[in-house]
Design a protein around this ligand. Structure first.
Ligand code: SF4
Length: 324
């Protein structure tokens, strides 16, 4: 974020794969995986860079959507899947000063729609109205990102709702940003801006591979310590396995958030803290207490704020494991 290193999306843009982008999806994945871990890049912008390859794969995934672990297999050009997102839209974008202090000011881009259906959703207006907002035109958005970078943003913060259904547009916007370098009026230093993927971490293994190599920081929620709570409150299956798989892949670039919920210290906070201590003890771990009981009259056990006793208990659990 001090612009001393090339952000990963620019490395991906400079990594020449020589891939034939009309090849089969299986062949493209093979080439992708071969180059994804390499550190080779040239000085020119190629026509089949690693970023181009990711975009091609993402465009195909859009027609058979499996960006998140729900794996609807929907052709989103024709109809939305569970998240309700067809074409990508965002409700707002601005310099955010309320994120973790390392990130601010953070250029947050709030996509509409979400892969979860949390009964207590704190962002209801964005998450449940996927068709509201501005169409995400990659070139126009790239120009906004550049302008915000000139104005002082330290990163681009892709968020929602949830950004997972929008991964294709995010990749295309990164390419749009890289392409701005060709314009004489653009100062290339302001294109060296890190990418933050701010999500519920419920993306598919394929999406995980697309993100790997372009995302500089993962700002990931770890909401539930077991699948039963995840199913009851967010209507998701196979939660713990999916999220921990993704967190492990991203752990070298990870900042983690856990929203403490009333009555869920033993079943959620405690096992999550234990997992982090064992598997990713060096991550930045943010214990959050801003849960508010929105629309949960049908769930009386969480229809209240976190108590002072619970707050102290959660803090003590995290402290006892040296996480905070
Ligand atoms: S992002 Fe997830 S919920 Fe949305 S259509 Fe794709 S697989 Fe379904």
């Amino acid at each position: 974020m001090q612009a001393e290193l090339l952000p990963l999306y620019r490395k991906a843009q400079l990594t020449e794969t020589h891939a034939d982008l009309s090849a089969s999806t299986e062949e493209l994945w093979q080439i992708h995986d071969r180059f994804a871990k390499g550190d080779r890049h040239s000085d020119f912008v190629s026509t089949s860079s690693l970023l181009d390859l990711k975009i091609e794969i993402a465009q195909r995934m859009f027609h058979n959507c499996h960006f998140c672990e729900r794996r609807c297999q929907t052709n989103r050009a024709e109809k939305p899947g569970f998240c309700g997102v067809r074409e990508s839209k965002y409700s707002s974008e601005f310099l955010h000063y309320g994120e973790e202090r390392e990130l601010v000011p953070s250029h947050t881009i709030f996509f509409t729609g979400c892969t979860f259906k949390c009964v207590f959703c704190q962002n209801w207006d964005i998450a449940r109205h996927p068709n509201a907002g501005t169409i995400s035109d990659p070139q126009a958005l790239a120009r906004r990102i550049y302008a915000r970078s000139v104005a002082g943003s330290r990163n681009v913060n892709w968020v929602g709702g949830d950004p997972t259904p929008h991964i294709g547009k995010i990749l295309e916007t990164m390419r749009g940003l890289a392409m701005l370098e060709r314009e004489s009026m653009v100062d290339a230093r302001f294109l060296n801006i890190p990418m933050v993927f701010n999500s519920n971490a419920y993306y598919s293994a394929e999406a995980c591979k697309l993100l790997d190599g372009v995302i500089d920081v993962y700002l990931s929620d770890f909401k539930y310590g077991n699948d039963a709570c995840a199913h009851r409150y967010s209507n998701v299956e196979n939660y713990v396995e999916t999220v921990t798989r993704n967190l492990l892949v991203s752990k070298d670039r990870l900042m983690m958030r856990h929203l403490v919920m009333p009555g869920h210290i033993r079943c959620c906070t405690e096992p999550i803290v234990a997992w982090v201590r064992e598997n990713a003890p060096d991550v930045k771990f943010n214990l959050m207490f801003q849960y508010a009981p929105h629309n949960v009259v049908d769930y009386p056990e969480i229809n209240r704020f976190v108590s002072d006793i619970e707050r102290r208990e959660a803090l003590n659990i995290a402290k006892s494991l040296n996480l905070i």
